[in-house]
Design a binder for this molecule. Structure first.
Ligand SMILES: [Zn+2]
Ligand SMILES: [Zn+2]
Length: 224
């Protein structure tokens, strides 16, 4: 695609581009408002040069970093990106403080480039909203995979960015410290399903799917 095409105005509403980053192919999403072209980046786990090239190609203005949770593949590039561009760090929920504190050890353990420490500019809680341009997304607290995991939901666009809560055909691991399988199932049942069967979710890894598809066919949450 040429730069000219990429810079052409997009229709109103929320747009996004997902770029898999790190050795874990984590789906980092660049989301932007079609009216203002203000953008937020969800879960910049690493590969910052690739992400920033994509931001430039899209012709959008990065205004904030939004975090679903503080695992290394999702949050590893946060400190450096925030410092480089002077961006605020929004999220996750305070339950993930210990994962943020452990980022240096996480990067060592998984062979990632050293991850710097950061303090979120704004912690998130269930029921909060985040704003980018003229687009507002609802924040839901979905603990279980990590205690401070949040998701970002746009009812208008019928999209939800779910991190490692739910995947096409699977669910998040709960064998980490403070992981909780029952809590994860409750989060999915009580906070994701009410968003509606037609809502498309963008998971932290792998392909997109709809909530309805998973509610019917995902063996881990079918019938929940
Ligand atoms: Zn995770
Ligand atoms: Zn992940």
């Amino acid at each position: 695609m040429s730069d000219l095409q990429a810079a052409a105005p997009t229709p109103s509403g929320l747009h996004y581009r997902t770029v898999p980053v790190t050795a874990f192919a984590q789906n980092c999403s660049i989301v932007w408002c079609g009216d203002t072209r203000d953008a937020a980046i969800i879960d910049p786990g690493g590969d910052l040069d690739r992400l920033l090239a994509e931001v430039q190609r899209l012709g959008v203005q990065l205004k904030a970093i939004w975090l679903t949770h503080a695992h290394i593949d999702h949050a590893g590039g946060t400190a450096e990106l925030a410092k480089r561009l002077g961006l605020p760090i929004i999220g996750p929920h305070p339950g993930d403080q210990f994962w943020i504190d452990g980022l240096p050890q996480q990067s060592q353990m998984f062979g990632f480039p050293p991850a710097g420490h950061f303090t979120p500019t704004r912690w998130l809680a269930d029921g909060d909203t985040v704003q980018i341009g003229r687009c507002t997304l609802n924040v839901r607290h979905c603990p279980g995979h990590t205690p401070g995991h949040v998701v970002f939901h746009s009812p208008q666009a019928q999209r939800v960015f779910v991190g490692d809560v739910l995947f096409a055909g699977s669910i998040g691991r709960t064998d980490f410290p403070q992981g909780n399988h029952g809590q994860l199932l409750s989060s999915i049942r009580e906070r994701l399903w009410p968003m509606g069967d037609d809502t498309v979710f963008i998971p932290g890894h792998g392909p997109e799917s709809t909530l309805g598809e998973e509610r019917r066919f995902n063996p881990y949450v079918r019938g929940q």
